[in-house]
Design a protein around this ligand. Structure first.
Ligand SMILES: [Zn+2]
Length: 725
């Protein structure tokens, strides 16, 4: 799925890299790459140049056409066929250890969905997307009708209430108007502001509603934004945003195996105990189907900011319009398939860089996820070609094609749970690409310790505009910040977005296993998300007609992986991490009275961690500049550095959500990023005992990591007198 984020920017201020050696100037790219000795950097540049020359727009387009040829929802025969296709391709390309792993999960497929208005006039919703001229794929008979993944089954006839975005404050306003939604059907729109549809479902369920209808208002992704398909990138009258309503903000993956892998034969909990399965019926609607309902409503006129883009007055309703909803789901167990392949490392095969993209799509998946899948295939072809020619990375690259991401981040979660112990030993980082491209504007996310190396890497790639990716990234970020009226200037230290929420396959790696993650994507005007119109036609007319951004994504993804795979010392920057954490802590007190919570000890611990990080940066720079690092020592330093991220995990998890163990990064139920999740939620509830306890957990983790980084620094510094051997 990938989090919809209309305007979400990093506002972090990473500390500037302290050393000129670390300065990521493109002119120095030949001899200076974070984590490399000068000679290794020169060699790395050669390898990268060879690699970057391989991906081609024609191949990207050819692969994209294969993946978007048919609808391929999770668990469907076509999606499984594509799993076999990927495995075959990878074997041909020279990847090793190619396997298809099976997970038996709680299924959620529609048998039938039905909606009609029974009063004041009859209207039967078509729940279908009509073809448009020029796009033959839209006549495909296997395009599904409207449905929501993980909807409950049932049938109800009840009055209809309009509840704006379906967030708690919207129901508050309804209550003030004397309107109770208990037993009624609620109609909400997707965004304004954005919240994950599963959060809307949980909110409606808590309010006692009988069913939830979620429609796409043209103010958000349709004609109010610009030209619609087939003339422009925005959503046409009939587009339906499918999507799951799974409560995966509680626990992602198969709802019946929370915290362990749903391999065939695994223990399962009863459905009634599964906290991530919604108990409410839900159905997505096009504005074509929502309009007659809205137009017939009575009751008070909805507030100004509840008015949408349709040429009608929106009312709150509650009496006049009655609807009949009937949904039948098939919840039988079904297999999902994760494809896994590797390029084995020549020197450090037990250190892994993991790269992944989901394969399953709501329909054709033009952007989401097949743009990412095409980029994955071109990247693996190029890396396979290099390996066949004898150019192998030092560390192992592990590639994964996930299944069921759209349902509940399911494939990646099950895989991460299955291999959690091994990943904790071996994984350096996970690089996720969900939607590779819906336009030209780059968005790069990274945990703060790896944000500097992402910025540095962007210098070495060429954007289709002719500028470096770095320049293009900086310009589009500045433009977006101006449009969002954010005053913060774009700098190298805040270019990477270090605020990582949920909504894609990085979640298990970061929040459950404790592995640093990246998320990469090019974005643009995109109004057909999760609809049938998100297809090959759309990509070739609007998203990336020349497939140049697909190609750039393959290059960027691969170069990042190669740098992590080949570095002498892994390019973690803990001083930068400390500065980020300090900012998170300082934000806690913004506009709040924290007199009952003393954060000074935490801030002191952050200072110590930052100082340790700076010392390690300096020692690493000196060691690298000396031109040679003892491999045994390098291994010690690298494994220690990998431990830092693991140490941010609290085995008990954040309060109320034990699966989510990371104490720095989390997500709200809306999917929005949530920094210091346990501490922040306690402060927001003014639950001071819990806040104190969470602050202490953070302080202890900072102390452990400071000690760890100091120890690593001592090893590096101790080595210096003898390193000239
Ligand atoms: Zn996706």
């Amino acid at each position: 799925m990938s989090l919809r984020r209309p305007m979400l920017f990093c506002t972090s201020a990473l500390c500037l890299l302290t050393l000129a050696f670390h300065s990521p100037l493109s002119t120095q790219a030949q001899t200076s790459i974070l984590g490399f000795t000068p000679s290794a950097a020169a060699h790395e540049t050669e390898i990268e140049n060879k690699f970057k020359a391989i991906p081609s727009p024609d191949e990207e387009r050819r692969q994209h056409h294969i993946f978007t040829a048919e609808p391929h929802v999770a668990g469907s025969p076509r999606n499984n066929e594509l799993a076999r296709y990927i495995a075959d391709q990878w074997r041909t390309e020279g990847l090793e250890d190619v396997v298809i792993r099976r997970y038996d999960v709680y299924g959620s497929n529609p048998k039938s969905t039905f909606l009609e208005m029974t009063a004041p006039v009859h209207y039967r919703a078509i729940l279908r997307e009509l073809p448009v001229p020029g796009d033959p794929d839209l006549k495909n008979k296997s395009i599904s009708s409207a449905w929501s993944g993980m909807s409950a089954s049932g049938e109800v006839t009840a009055p209809l209430v309009y509840a704006h975005s379906g967030n708690p404050e919207d129901y508050e306003l309804l209550r003030k108007q004397g309107i109770d939604v208990k037993g009624k059907v609620v109609l909400v729109r997707y965004s304004n502001p954005y919240s994950y549809r599963g959060f809307k479902a949980l909110t409606a369920q808590r309010e006692g509603a009988a069913a939830l209808l979620i429609y796409s208002d043209p103010a958000e992704d349709g004609f109010r934004k610009g030209q619609v398909v087939p003339k422009g990138p925005w959503g046409p009258e009939h587009h339906i945003q499918r999507g799951a309503i799974t409560y995966d903000f509680m626990v992602p993956g198969d709802p019946l195996t929370p915290g362990w892998a749903s391999v065939p034969g695994a223990k399962r909990i009863p459905v009634e105990q599964a906290v991530s399965i919604p108990k409410i019926m839900a159905l997505p609607l096009s504005w074509h189907d929502a309009k007659p309902l809205l137009a017939n409503m009575d009751g008070p006129i909805a507030p100004d900011d509840w008015q949408g883009g349709l040429p009608i007055k929106y009312h709150i309703g509650g009496n006049r319009v009655r609807v009949h909803v009937k949904i039948e789901m098939d919840n039988s167990t079904q297999p999902y398939y994760v494809v896994e392949g590797r390029v084995r490392g020549a020197q450090l095969p037990d250190e892994w860089i993991v790269l992944g993209n989901h394969r399953d799509a709501w329909v054709f998946g033009g952007v989401d996820p097949s743009s990412g899948t095409a980029s994955l295939m071109e990247m693996t072809r190029a890396l396979g070609k290099l390996a066949k020619a004898g150019t192998r990375p030092r560390r192992t690259l592990v590639f994964c094609s996930w299944d069921g991401e759209e349902v509940g981040l399911t494939g990646s979660t099950e895989w991460g749970e299955q291999f959690a112990d091994e990943l904790r030993q071996k994984a350096v980082a996970y690089i996720n690409v969900d939607e590779a491209t819906s336009g030209p504007n780059f968005h790069g996310q990274a945990v703060a310790s790896l944000a500097p190396m992402l910025v540095e890497t962007s210098h070495s790639l060429k954007d289709p505009s002719g500028k470096t990716l770095y320049e293009a990234w900086k310009e589009s970020s500045a433009r977006e910040r101006r449009e969002a009226k954010q005053s913060e200037e774009v700098t190298d230290s805040n270019l990477s977005d270090t605020r990582i929420g949920s909504g894609s396959d990085h979640t298990v790696f970061l929040n459950f296993v404790g592995i640093p993650v990246f998320g990469l994507g090019f974005e643009g005007s995109y109004g057909v998300y999760h609809s049938a119109y998100d297809d090959f036609f759309w990509m070739n007319h609007f998203g990336d007609p020349g497939y140049r951004y697909h190609t750039l994504m393959s290059q960027l993804w691969g170069v990042l992986a190669l740098r992590l795979a080949n570095a002498d010392l892994l390019p973690f920057d803990f001083a930068s991490y400390a500065a980020n954490i300090r900012q998170f802590v300082n934000e806690l007190s913004k506009g709040k009275d924290l007199s009952l919570l003393d954060l000074k000890p935490v801030l002191d611990a952050i200072d110590d961690f930052e100082a340790a990080g700076k010392r390690l940066d300096e020692s690493a720079a000196r060691a690298l500049a000396s031109g040679e690092i003892d491999p045994v020592l390098a291994k010690t330093i690298n494994h220690g550095a990998m431990e830092v991220e693991r140490n941010w995990l609290n085995p008990d998890g954040i309060p109320g959500r034990p699966w989510f163990k990371h104490i720095l990064y989390g997500a709200r139920y809306t999917y929005a990023h949530l920094e210091l999740p346990g501490l922040t939620e306690a402060v927001e509830k003014q639950d001071w005992p819990t806040a104190k306890q969470q602050a202490e957990i953070l302080r202890q983790a900072l102390i452990s990591n400071t000690k760890l980084v100091n120890d690593l620094n001592s090893s590096l510094a101790l080595d210096r007198p003898t390193s000239g051997k």
